[in-house]
Design a protein around this ligand. Structure first.
Ligand SMILES: Cc1cc2nc3c(=O)[nH]c(=O)nc-3n(C[C@H](O)[C@H](O)[C@H](O)COP(=O)(O)OP(=O)(O)OC[C@H]3O[C@@H](n4cnc5c(N)ncnc54)[C@H](O)[C@@H]3O)c2cc1C
Length: 328
């Protein structure tokens, strides 16, 4: 066990962009590395990704392990997981944090299986246990009613996928530098039965939820799919994005990728406007980190009205047009 040293984070690159989760993981990873007195290392896979290395140093990485190859231009999980597993076997990290994004969830699970170690998926908090130096990864369970702290005692690395936005981005120190380790890609070994065919971008009906400073979310109280047309108008007027609780997703009014909550996405916008959402604990799990919560609800007793900074009692089909009028 003593051969395994240092804290790794996966710096995810998507379609030529460094994911913001890399900077969040550098924040969480720095706390672990400092608690252990070990180095914080970022690992990055992709094609023409070397340009992101200085940024990773400035946000706290001491070492960047990079595998930069044309075979890694598009994400294919077997190819990525085999490459990553080979890097893990070679350099033996002690702890390894990956983002619980679509890519990170798949990649972390496959890599853990290839390496033969344990993974805590979808954690919201990570700590080092002072007594034995083990990773304690905490995640909601039983529908968000309990928090479970999970450990991986007998194998290394201790792996964990961490929810996007569970941590703030690390602080940037301009000009900070570190060590680069290049890892060669081996096309005959890192193979897959699946083949990348085409990337189809979704139609871009608004801002990415993870980047939006204002989110206008709709719930069952919309009553119909078309209710989102009104929410889109308000979101556009405020320069924000539309989201939903699970009820409209289950009803087929809006796609799952807009769902906020325990089984959806976690967001931390400056303003979250919940329209016709009651505020069940599973929904709150994804949005309670918003700076300002505005709730529009017919029922003054709805749980969301108690956590909202501004609770507007009324019919959303009257309140939102009035807001649009006032913003005109
Ligand atoms: C394991 C598990 C995971 C889950 N994960 C998630 C998750 O990720 N995200 C999530 O959101 N939920 C999740 N849920 C479901 C969650 O428990 C709730 O059922 C769901 O959030 C309810 O959605 P809602 O608030 O839109 O609907 P409701 O609870 O039905 O609330 C509708 C609200 O709209 C109000 N309303 C009605 N008409 C109007 C109107 N015209 N104007 C204004 N207000 C009006 C009502 O007063 C009510 O408060 C999960 C549940 C489980 C068990």
């Amino acid at each position: 066990m003593n051969d395994w040293k240092n804290v790794w984070i996966l710096a995810e690159v998507n379609h030529g962009k460094l994911s913001a989760t890399a900077l969040e993981l550098l924040h969480a990873g720095r706390q672990l590395a400092d608690a252990l007195g070990e180095k914080l290392c970022a690992v990055m896979l992709g094609y023409q990704v070397e340009k992101f290395i200085p940024e990773l140093f400035e946000y706290g990485a001491d070492t960047v392990y990079v595998c930069d190859d044309a075979h890694l231009q598009n994400y294919v999980d077997d190819v990525y997981a085999k490459t990553l597993a080979a890097m893990v076997r070679e350099y033996k990290p002690n702890k390894f944090l990956l983002p619980a994004t679509n890519m990170g969830r798949s990649l972390s699970a496959k890599t853990a299986v290839f390496v033969g170690t344990g993974l805590t998926a979808d954690a919201t908090d990570v700590k080092i246990n002072a007594e034995d130096g083990q990773l304690h990864a905490t995640r909601p369970t039983f529908g968000g009613n309990l928090m479970a702290t999970i450990t991986c005692k007998n194998t290394r690395p201790e792996m964990c996928s961490l929810r996007p936005m569970a941590y703030e981005k690390a602080a940037r120190v301009s000009g900070r530098r570190g060590e680069v380790v290049n890892f060669p890609f081996q096309a005959d070994k890192y193979t897959s039965l699946a083949k990348f065919v085409e990337f189809i971008k979704n139609d871009g009906d608004g801002l990415d939820l993870s980047e939006a400073e204002v989110i206008v979310a709709g719930g069952r109280g919309l009553g119909k799919a078309d209710g989102f047309t009104l929410l889109k108008k308000l979101a556009q007027r405020l320069g924000g994005a539309v989201a939903a609780s699970r009820a409209p997703v289950d009803s087929g009014w809006i796609d799952y990728r807009y769902q906020i909550g325990l089984t959806g996405r976690t967001v931390k916008p400056k303003v979250y406007i919940a329209c016709g959402i009651s505020g069940q604990i599973q929904h709150m799990a994804g949005m309670s980190g918003a700076d300002v919560i505005v709730a529009i609800n017919k029922d003054p007793q709805a749980p969301i009205m108690k956590v909202a900074n501004y609770a507007v009692e009324g019919d959303l089909y009257e309140v939102i047009p009035a807001m649009l009028e006032a913003l005109h």
